[in-house]
Design a protein around this ligand. Structure first.
Ligand code: ADP
Length: 420
């Protein structure tokens, strides 16, 4: 709880989507939220919800770009039927999610002309996402001039990695010329979960060795030492690391050239296959949704079983590797769609890791609460699951920057009462 009277709008512009939340930071509550999908395509859909009475506005609209969608969202926020604000100038600040800031920012920043100029140079690093975020920033500048805005980067938290974690063993000139290195993603989630895990464990984050496992449709694991990222599984792009819903994660790079030749595919087609047709979808042939694949595995569909085995194998692989890199670990925190909700998956991942001091309490693990410590009392490594909240993290960073000139890295945030 922040004791700060600020209303913060959080905007997350994807390539063809816009997610938003309006937060009242006096109690960190979400007063309205919504999303727009299929922006720029036929049948753009918007769904907006006011929290107080669950009033929902859902419609198919004509919106050609993010700017038009933001206009509509702002109108909804002040509309008598669905709104939560008297006027737009009740918004005290806006926090924008920005996917990849390269090596430019290791913290969230207030957006000024110079920052905007820098962000404009970063399109190459995330060609689908960065331009969408930029157009969101420009639209807000135009529609709400003078309202402070921040950019919160997926990559920023990972900027503490040492060179041995981020340099790839390819000719160094590609790092120097093109910035080809490991950046890591999901940083806002890993940071939030790390802070929350420390608070649940009643420990100081600066005194902990942590693994945070963000297991959603996209998935990454992060090794955090004393509050600083030491290594993470995603890389130059979010394609690296774990097997994911539709992404392949780490593979032998030669496979790309071999398939391209055998199937006569362009690099763009291969890129599409690795991003959207691989992972547990690619292996199972069933779905990218773990619930469907688990159901199929339960019905003895061989490829579904193999897909889940590959998935778990990769997660264990990183857990073991990161424990070696950190020379031990105090806690492992699971989060995101699978990590938060799938007790069976947590159980399978933690199975047979007792030699590393990892012992899951199956009964605690099976109880469905919002967040819990689920290791056995005598487990050397504590195990938790924690719902991630990237929007709240963005809002907290925004409050920190606008009110105190620093993001919340050094601020003590208490968990909401009754939260743990
Ligand atoms: P995204 O990466 O899109 O933000 P999420 O973190 O919301 O994804 O995770 C979505 C994934 O979580 C879905 O693919 C779904 O398979 C999985 N998931 C959600 N709930 C469950 C559940 N109860 N059991 C297993 N998997 C789940």
């Amino acid at each position: 709880m922040s004791d700060i009277e600020m209303k913060v709008l959080v905007l997350n512009c994807g390539s063809s989507s816009l997610k938003y939340q309006m937060l009242d930071m006096s109690d960190e509550s979400v007063v309205a939220k919504g999303q727009v999908e299929r922006i720029g395509l036929d049948g753009t859909k918007i769904k907006h919800e006011r929290s107080s009475d669950k009033a929902i506005y859902a419609n198919t609209i004509d919106a050609k770009d993010h700017r038009e969608c933001i206009r509509l969202v702002l109108d909804l926020l002040i509309s008598p039927d669905y709104g939560v604000l008297k006027r737009l100038d009740c918004i005290d600040a806006i926090g924008h999610r920005f996917v990849n800031a390269g090596e430019h920012y290791s913290n969230s920043v207030i957006i000024d002309d110079q920052v905007l100029e820098t962000l404009e140079t970063l399109t190459d690093l995330a060609p689908l996402h960065n331009p969408a975020s930029l157009s969101g920033i420009r639209a807000c500048q135009e529609m709400m001039p003078g309202v402070p805005m921040t950019a919160v980067f997926d990559t920023a938290f990972h900027q503490t990695m040492p060179p041995e974690s981020y340099i790839y063993p390819i000719p160094y000139e590609y790092y120097e010329k093109y910035g080809i290195r490991r950046y890591g993603f999901h940083g806002t989630s890993h940071k939030y979960v790390a802070q929350r895990a420390a608070s649940m464990l009643k420990r100081d984050l600066s005194d902990l060795k942590l693994l945070t496992c963000h297991l959603g449709n996209g998935a990454s694991i992060c090794a955090i030492r004393n509050g600083k990222v030491f290594d993470t599984s995603m890389g130059f792009t979010p394609l690296a690391g774990l097997a994911m819903g539709t992404r392949c994660g780490n593979i032998d790079p030669s496979i790309i050239f071999y398939i391209a030749e055998k199937e006569n595919l362009s690099m763009e087609e291969i890129d599409n296959i690795m991003n959207t047709k691989s992972g547990i979808l690619g292996i199972s042939g069933v779905s990218s949704d773990f619930r469907d694949v688990e159901k199929a595995a339960h019905e003895d569909v061989e490829r579904a079983i193999t897909a889940l085995r590959v998935y778990v194998h990769r997660v264990k692989h990183y857990i073991g590797a990161y424990i070696a890199l950190l020379n031990g670990v105090d806690a492992i925190a699971f989060t995101a769609g699978v990590g938060e909700n799938d007790a069976r998956m947590r159980s399978i991942i933690c199975k047979n890791l007792y030699n590393l001091g990892i012992m899951l309490d199956e009964e605690k693990n099976a109880v469905n609460t919002s967040a819990a410590i689920i290791s056995e009392e005598d487990s050397r490594v504590r195990i938790l699951y924690v719902p991630t909240n990237e929007e709240l993290m963005i809002a907290r960073d925004t409050v920190g920057l606008v009110s105190f000139g620093t993001d919340n890295a050094d601020m003590e945030w208490q968990p909401l009462s009754g939260d743990d």
